[in-house]
Ligand binder design. Structure first.
Ligand code: AHG
Ligand code: MN
Ligand code: MN
Length: 364
């Protein structure tokens, strides 16, 4: 007897295993159930907060030179433990591990590759703010028989067979795509089930809300400065409407808001650290989020190219990310093109345009 609700396992069996397609009966649904189990375990650990004894620094740095929190390592281990044994994976990559994690000899190997950011926005932990986890699933090339290595993972994001994130907020949600739209599941904590609550999420095409770390403004490229300035100019500027701004310092929380009500998220190319092409990592942040956003009708670009078409060069490669409502992202893409072709017209500050309160007095 059905109770009319769709649990994650029912959704996956209906969507993957009972439909003809390359991932039917391939084990992908079982792998995603194991990822969901990791997420439930992480949600339980996070809920205990400081009482869990896992707050604070781990006194170590990761491959990016960033200080690791104890919870960065704990959540990384939770993913490994839940996913290494099932015989479905050939290897794993994480923000918190330098190289490819090989499946231990005790377990069988499979055809899938899992890349993840176990704890996104981990600077929010100490302030009891929203954090998340992000994951991406690729399938090994059919002709690849050797143990999974770095090259196995260096594939364009459009080849992902599944991608998703968990958001640990007032409720825990899993948002997922296996290539047929983007769907959201809410964790029913007392039962332990993810229940489909947001079917086929669509990002509004237009929006007047943007998210960017404005403290980096002096390092941005001109097209991004132009876009943000025009938003800030509001009703009296060339966009002729007021815009709102948000910054949560967790890509998961920003993308979730955009899926729910539209908007643009930008961590653009900047010149703060010239050696870095961007802040966010391609394989386990930008690629899965781009897949989710495009499956919900949005766009995701570096500024100049579609993220899902990029061929990764390194496991921990960083990229600029601009994603969200399609008409806004298309506009930012146009601004980059105009700038690169030298067609960028200087924009006027609203302080000095014809509707300004600060119009210079005209001589009598
Ligand atoms: P992580 O905690 O996995 O390192 O990721 C944090 C990322 C991203 O989620 C967020 O948008 C951004 O870094 C925040 O950057 P700022 O510190 O510049 O706010
Ligand atoms: Mn992250
Ligand atoms: Mn992280």
């Amino acid at each position: 007897m059905q109770d009319g609700r769709t649990t994650l396992s029912k959704f996956l069996i209906d969507t993957l295993d009972r439909k003809p397609g390359p991932e039917a009966a391939s084990g992908l649904s079982a792998l995603l159930i194991d990822v969901a189990a990791s997420i439930k375990t992480i949600a339980a650990a996070l809920t205990r907060g400081a009482l869990g004894g896992q707050h604070g620094s781990a006194q170590s740095v990761n491959t990016h030179g960033e200080e690791q929190k104890k919870l960065d390592l704990v959540t990384n281990d939770i993913f490994l433990q839940h996913c290494e044994w099932d015989g479905l994976l050939a290897g794993m990559v994480s923000e918190e591990m330098d190289g490819v994690y090989a499946i231990p000899d005790a377990y069988p190997r499979g055809e899938y590759l899992l890349a993840f950011d176990p704890l996104d926005g981990s600077s929010n932990i100490d302030i009891n703010g929203v954090v998340g986890s992000i994951f991406s699933v690729l399938k090994r090339a059919p002709d690849e028989s050797h143990a999974a290595d770095e090259a196995s993972f260096l594939r364009p994001g459009r080849e992902q067979v599944a991608a998703g994130y968990a958001i640990y907020g007032p409720s825990t949600m899993l948002v997922l795509s296996v290539g047929n739209g983007t769907h959201g599941f809410t964790l029913e904590r007392d039962v332990g089930n993810f229940v489909l609550t947001h079917s086929d999420i669509r990002i509004p095409e237009d929006s007047c809300e943007f998210a960017i770390n404005a403290s980096n403004e002096r390092f941005w490229e001109p097209p991004v400065r132009r876009y943000v300035q025009e938003c800030k100019d509001g009703r009296t500027g060339c966009r002729a409407q007021d815009f709102n701004m948000r910054w949560i310092a967790s890509m998961v929380a920003e993308v979730h808001r955009i899926l729910m009500r539209g908007g643009v998220f930008m961590y653009p190319r900047d010149f703060k650290t010239p050696a870095m092409e961007g802040r966010l990592r391609l394989l386990y942040e930008a690629n899965p989020m781009s897949f989710i956003v495009e499956q919900a009708g949005g766009l995701s670009i570096t500024g100049r190219e579609r993220i899902l078409d990029m061929k990764a060069r390194a496991l921990h490669q960083r990229v600029p990310v601009i994603l969200g409502s399609r008409n806004e992202v298309a506009r930012i893409h146009r601004y980059h093109g105009e700038y690169d072709r030298g067609e960028d017209k200087p924009f006027t500050s609203p302080l000095f345009n014809e509707r300004s309160l600060f119009l210079p007095e005209t001589p009598a």
